[in-house]
Ligand binder design. Structure first.
Ligand code: GRF
Length: 190
C-alpha cells in the first residue's frame, strides 16, 4: 500500500500523466494517483485514466459562474481523496487564488523549456524558431503567473536538428523521467 497520495491535472494527451501513474503502479514512486482532473471532455488523457483505473473528474470552467466556484469544486475533490501533491501535466489553465491558497506550495508544473526562457503554450516551437541548441525541461512550484514560480528541477538536452516532432518526443522522454524523480524527492521530503 502506497504511503502518499497525489493528483494530476491534465488537458491533453496525458503521456506525463501515464508515466507518473505507471511509476506509482510499479512502486517507483511511493504514492497512488488518486485523482485525475481534466478540463477538456475530449482529451486523450481520459481514456488513459480509464485504462489505468484512475478516478477522473472531468470539469469544464464554462459550467461555473466564476473561477473561484470552479476551483472550489476541484479543491473539495482533492481534499476528499487526501491529495498531498498536485502535479500539473499539460493542464492548459492558470491556477487561481482558491487552489493556490488551499494547496499552497503543493502544486507543481512541468514545462518543456529551460525557464525562464520560452514560457507559454508553444515553448518547443518557439525555442526551435529561435535557433537554440540546448533545450530542456523545468519543474516548478505554481504561482498565479504563467510558467512562473520557484524552480524545483531542470534538465537540459542538446539538439541541433530541425525536426520538431523528433525533438518533442525527445523532450517528452526527459519529462517522464524528470517528473518521476522530482515527485519522489518532493513526497519524501514532506
Ligand atoms: C508537456 O510537454 C508538458 O511539459 C506541457 O504540456 C505537455 C503535456 O504533454 N506542460 P502530455 O499531455 O503529458 O503528453
Amino acid at each position: 500500500m502506497a504511503t502518499h497520495t497525489i493528483a494530476v491535472f491534465a488537458s491533453g494527451s496525458g503521456s506525463n500523466f501515464e508515466a507518473i501513474a505507471e511509476a506509482c503502479r510499479r512502486g517507483e514512486i511511493d504514492a497512488r494517483v488518486a485523482l485525475l482532473v481534466c478540463d477538456k471532455p475530449s482529451a486523450g488523457v481520459i481514456a488513459r485514466a480509464e485504462r489505468l483505473g484512475i478516478e477522473t473528474l472531468v470539469i469544464s470552467p464554462k459550467d461555473y459562474s466564476s473561477r473561484e466556484e470552479y476551483e472550489s469544486v476541484i479543491a473539495d475533490r482533492l481534499d476528499a481523496c487526501g491529495a498531498e501533491l498536485v502535479c500539473l501535466a499539460g493542464y492548459m489553465r492558470l491556477i487561481g487564488r482558491v487552489l493556490l491558497e488551499r494547496y499552497a506550495r503543493r502544486i507543481v508544473n512541468i514545462h518543456p523549456s529551460l525557464l525562464p526562457s520560452f514560457k507559454g503554450a508553444h515553448a518547443i516551437a518557439d525555442a526551435m524558431a529561435y535557433g537554440v541548441k540546448v533545450y530542456g525541461v523545468t519543474i516548478h512550484y505554481v504561482d498565479e503567473s504563467l510558467d512562473g514560480g520557484e524552480i524545483i528541477s531542470q534538465r537540459a538536452l542538446d539538439y541541433d536538428g530541425t525536426d520538431e516532432e523528433e525533438l518533442t518526443s525527445m523532450i517528452h522522454s526527459v519529462e517522464h523521467k524528470l517528473y518521476v524523480e522530482t515527485i519522489n524527492k518532493l513526497i519524501n521530503n514532506r
